[in-house]
Write a protein that binds this ligand. Structure first.
Ligand SMILES: Cc1ncc(COP(=O)(O)O)c(C=O)c1O
Length: 421
């Protein structure tokens, strides 16, 4: 059974559906088969030996590779304009694998001072145990990034849209600074998705995602991905420790090393069922993102006018400090699907959440359902008080705008806000 795979000149929405499909190999099925098998048979001892030696691309054992996971890798590499990808069991597995591939004891790296909480904790607490130093720089101040780089710095790390700050860094400016210093730029593109922004096209070298969010789209799967543009020059003195991984394709030295050293040995492979759900979710990414963007715009405008709301942080507002960067980087496709807003105090935040009838109070984002959380009392509750006060605000609500009808989202928020005394 043949499948038309001519995707030349096709737009993102079409490619999100068709990239990576291989109906020939799937007996004509339109969805990727779930290869639920821990290991794969080899007809001869020589075949298994040659595969272990890297002379064949056959599968050996699920922790090393799996056809369903591989389908998702091909799809995601294509959609992010990358050369190759490795999918992982979670977004944090992708982040820790990518960073640990680049870091050795005594190394340093520069990271945005506004990071997702677990990324912050990994960088500032866990890596410290191994003698690794992170230097934080403000995502909107490329000069701070430049000033923080020294001869020990191995990479720069940023988020396309910060969580929960909603800052949008100038990717090209930061990539230029990294490259002037001979180091790669890693971008966590989770909050934007490649529908809104493709950092590899703006100069970044490696893109990471929590695929748990917009890619899967329905809150049913967990996963992550590391995507390599395949253009960074690893054949330099600074990265001479990558030369054993140059193999057949030196441009993929980073991804090869990550796969061999960390993915395989730390066991960060996703279960194929999660990759299957994520691949299906990706097919509707385009239409979901369009609706998410439109709803976020409407909800932000509604909240801004509400008497119980003190402030709204949403890059779509003309006076938002990142509005112009968002417009130039996102090409008028939108401003993200997340926003934060401020109420009088923590008690008001709790009253709002406790009175919602449809919007869900939970620790996730990027679902088709609208999701709300009070980060100070939840995600940041066990951080040391000084760090907690610096990273979170007791009056702040984070809202991931879903794709329900915008009228219903605003009505639910309105009745819950009006319950605040
Ligand atoms: C920006 C960002 N990066 C990474 C992660 C971690 O992803 P996961 O929960 O899939 O490990 C999250 C989770 O919320 C996130 O928001």
């Amino acid at each position: 059974m043949s499948h038309n795979k001519t995707l030349d000149n096709c737009r993102f929405e079409t490619r999100a559906i068709h990239e990576g499909t291989d109906a020939d190999a799937w007996e004509g099925a339109t969805l990727p088969p779930i290869y639920q098998s821990a290991a794969h048979i080899h007809e001869t001892a020589d075949s298994l030996s040659r595969t272990f030696a890297g002379q064949s691309r056959d599968h050996i054992y699920m922790r090393l590779s799996n056809p369903t996971n591989q389908h998702l890798e091909q799809k995601l590499a294509a959609l992010e304009s990358g050369k190759a990808a490795v999918v992982t069991s979670s977004g944090m597995a992708a982040i820790s694998n990518a960073c640990m591939t680049l870091l050795r004891a005594g190394d340093e790296f520069v990271a945005s001072s506004a990071l997702f909480m677990s990324t912050f904790s990994l960088f500032s607490n866990v890596f410290k145990k191994y003698g690794i130093t992170v230097r934080f720089a403000h995502p909107l101040k490329p000069g701070e990034v430049a000033a923080a780089i020294n001869e020990k710095t191995r990479f720069v790390y940023m988020e396309t849209i910060t969580n929960p700050g909603m800052e949008i860094a100038d990717i090209r400016a930061v990539a230029d600074i990294a490259h002037e210093n001979g180091i790669p730029l890693l971008m966590d593109n989770t909050l934007a998705s490649p529908w809104l922004c493709r950092p590899l096209e703006l100069g970044a070298d490696i893109v990471l995602h929590s695929t748990t969010k917009y890619f899967s789209g329905h809150g049913g799967a967990m996963g992550g991905v590391v995507i390599d543009r395949g253009e960074f020059d690893w054949q330099t003195e600074k990265f001479e420790d990558f030369s054993p991984f140059a193999g057949r394709d030196p441009s993929l030295s980073f991804l090869t090393r990550m796969w061999k050293e960390h993915h395989v040995n730390c066991g960060t492979t996703p279960a194929p069922f999660h990759s299957y759900l994520t691949a299906i979710g990706l097919s509707t990414l385009g239409v979901r993102m369009e609706k998410h963007m439109a709803n976020a715009f409407t909800v932000a405008g509604f909240l801004k006018k509400h008497p119980k709301v003190n402030w709204v942080n949403y890059p779509g507002f003309d006076d938002h400090p990142c509005h112009d960067t968002a417009k130039s980087q996102f090409g008028n496709r939108g401003f993200g699907t997340m926003l934060t807003f401020g109420l009088e105090n923590q008690e008001a935040c709790f009253t709002l959440i406790d009175n919602l009838k449809m919007i869900l109070n939970l620790a996730n984002l990027g679902d088709c359902k609208s999701l709300i959380i009070h980060p100070y009392s939840s995600q940041y509750v066990s951080f040391p008080q000084e760090v907690r006060d610096r990273l979170a605000d007791p009056c702040l609500i984070r809202f991931s705008v879903g794709i329900e009808h915008a009228d219903d989202i605003c009505r639910d928020l309105d009745q819950a806000l009006n319950a605040i005394g």
